[in-house]
Design a protein around this ligand. Structure first.
Ligand SMILES: Cc1cc2nc3c(=O)[nH]c(=O)nc-3n(C[C@H](O)[C@H](O)[C@H](O)COP(=O)(O)O)c2cc1C
Length: 194
C-alpha cells in the first residue's frame, strides 16, 4: 500500500492488512505476536501463533493448553494487550481488548477438526505445561505413545476482541502514529504525536 501514512483511514487499512498477513505468512512478524495478560497483579507476556483474524469483528484467534496456568488467570481477568513489531515494514501495532476462553464447545470442535495433526500433538503432552520437572527428555513427544484425539480435552481456543488499535509507522521523513477506538460500532480515530 503506497502512501498509506497520509490518511487515518489508510493507516487503519494498513494495520488490518498487516495483521491479516500474519495469519498465513509464517515469516511475518505478526504471525507470532506477544500476548500480555494479568497473572494476579503482575503482567505476563508470551509469544503465540496467530491462527485467525476476523476483521469485521476485530477478533484474533490463538490456541493454548487448558492445563496451562494462564487459562485460569485469563478467566480471572480477561483484559489483554497484543503487540508486534514488523521490522521490515517498520510498523508496530498495539491492540487492547479482552479474551474469551473456549473449551470443549462448538468453537473448539470446529477449529480442532481443521487443526493439523502435528499441531494436535502439542495438546497431548502427558502433564501440565508450566509444571516443574526433573528431566525434560521424559516429555519429548517421541518418548511415549501420543493419542492426538486425547489432546482435544486439553485444547483451548482464545478469542481476543480489541477495542483499541494503535499503529506506529517509522518513516525517515516523519513518523506516523494513530489510534482507533471502538465503542460497539462507533469508531473514533486520531493522530498521535509519535
Ligand atoms: C514461536 C512461538 C510460538 C508459540 N506459540 C504458542 C501458542 O500458540 N500458544 C501457546 O500457548 N504458547 C505458545 N508458545 C509458548 C509461549 O510463548 C509460552 O512459553 C507458553 O505458552 C507458556 O506461557 P505461560 O507461562 O504464560 O502459560 C509459543 C512460543 C514461541 C516461541
Amino acid at each position: 500500500m503506497k502512501d498509506f501514512e497520509n490518511s487515518l483511514d489508510t493507516m487503519l487499512e494498513k494495520a488490518f492488512l498487516t495483521i491479516s498477513n500474519g495469519v498465513d505468512d509464517a515469516k511475518s512478524y505478526f504471525h507470532t505476536p506477544t500476548v500480555c495478560t494479568f497473572e494476579g497483579q503482575e503482567i505476563s507476556a508470551r509469544t503465540v501463533v496467530l491462527r485467525d483474524f476476523n476483521e469485521q469483528e476485530r477478533v484474533l484467534r490463538f490456541h493454548t493448553d487448558q492445563r496451562s496456568p494462564k487459562v485460569s488467570q485469563i478467566k480471572e481477568n480477561n483484559r489483554a494487550t497484543v503487540h508486534a513489531y514488523d521490522q521490515e515494514e517498520k510498523i508496530q501495532i498495539r491492540l487492547k481488548g479482552s479474551i474469551e476462553v473456549h473449551h470443549q464447545d462448538s468453537v473448539t470442535e470446529k477449529v480442532w477438526e481443521n487443526t493439523r495433526e502435528m499441531s494436535k500433538e502439542c495438546y497431548s503432552v502427558k502433564d501440565s505445561p508450566s509444571k516443574k520437572i526433573d528431566n525434560p527428555v521424559e516429555f519429548d513427544i517421541d518418548k511415549y505413545q501420543i493419542d492426538r484425539e486425547m489432546g482435544y480435552k486439553n485444547f483451548v481456543v482464545n478469542l481476543f476482541t480489541f477495542q483499541s488499535l494503535e499503529i506506529l509507522y517509522l518513516k525517515r521523513a516523519g513518523h506516523r502514529r494513530a489510534i482507533f477506538a471502538w465503542n460497539n460500532n462507533d469508531m473514533k480515530k486520531n493522530w498521535l504525536i509519535p
